[in-house]
Design a protein around this ligand. Structure first.
Ligand SMILES: CC(C)(COP(=O)(O)OP(=O)(O)OC[C@H]1O[C@@H](n2cnc3c(N)ncnc32)[C@H](O)[C@@H]1OP(=O)(O)O)[C@@H](O)C(=O)NCCC(=O)NCCS
Length: 155
């Protein structure tokens, strides 16, 4: 009997300028205060680790991370709203942690809104701990919102 291996519907690949239309569509659907085109362009230009998650060849999510001097910082992690809650965010986060390890990072930082319960659970479940707070970090509907700083050791 011979087994036929099905190709995985999930693929990770580096983000390119040509992907930014699809990314901005997801970004504006997923966030109340989305990043602009210029922010994504800057991230690509300065050489941040910018990765796409594709499902059945369609852009489904993305992550942006800076790496340097043994530290890594996840700046954006997003899954398109209609495919959230299916394990894709966890897969993308695990992939970014592998990328950080490959760049010899010992620790990964990120910020998250206290109101973003889903993201907080994702990060706590992935081994991140709360290590600090940035006051009035994010824009919010009425004023500003603090950011929880989270960190995870990779060593
Ligand atoms: C946060 C985000 C990336 C999570 O991705 P996702 O694909 O929806 O999450 P997953 O299905 O992989 O779930 C991972 C964990 O998140 C938490 N989670 C997911 N959906 C949840 C829900 N509806 N309620 C509570 N917790 C939830 C759970 O802890 C889950 O782990 P579990 O399945 O073991 O319980 C995604 O919701 C998203 O893109 N949100 C908008 C952008 C954003 O807020 N990004 C984070 C900025 S800091």
């Amino acid at each position: 009997m011979s087994a036929v291996l099905k190709p995985s519907p999930l693929q990770f690949r580096p983000m390119a300028e040509a992907d930014l239309d699809a990314i901005l569509e997801i970004e504006s659907a997923a966030y109340e205060f989305p990043w602009t085109l210029a922010i994504f362009q800057d991230c690509l230009r300065v050489g941040y680790c910018c990765w796409l998650l594709e499902r059945n060849c369609r852009v489904t999510g993305y992550g942006v991370m800076s790496v340097g001097a043994g530290e890594s910082h996840i700046l954006n992690l997003c899954i398109c709203p209609e495919l959230q809650g299916m394990g894709l965010g966890r897969s993308l986060l695990e992939y970014l942690l592998e990328v950080a390890r490959a760049h010899k990072a010992d620790v990964v930082f990120l910020e998250v809104r206290p109101s973003n319960e889903i993201a907080k659970r994702l990060y706590l479940g992935a081994g991140f701990d709360e290590v600090g707070m940035r006051r009035n970090y994010y824009p919010a509907a009425f004023g500003r919102e603090d950011a929880i700083i989270m960190a995870r050791s990779l060593s």
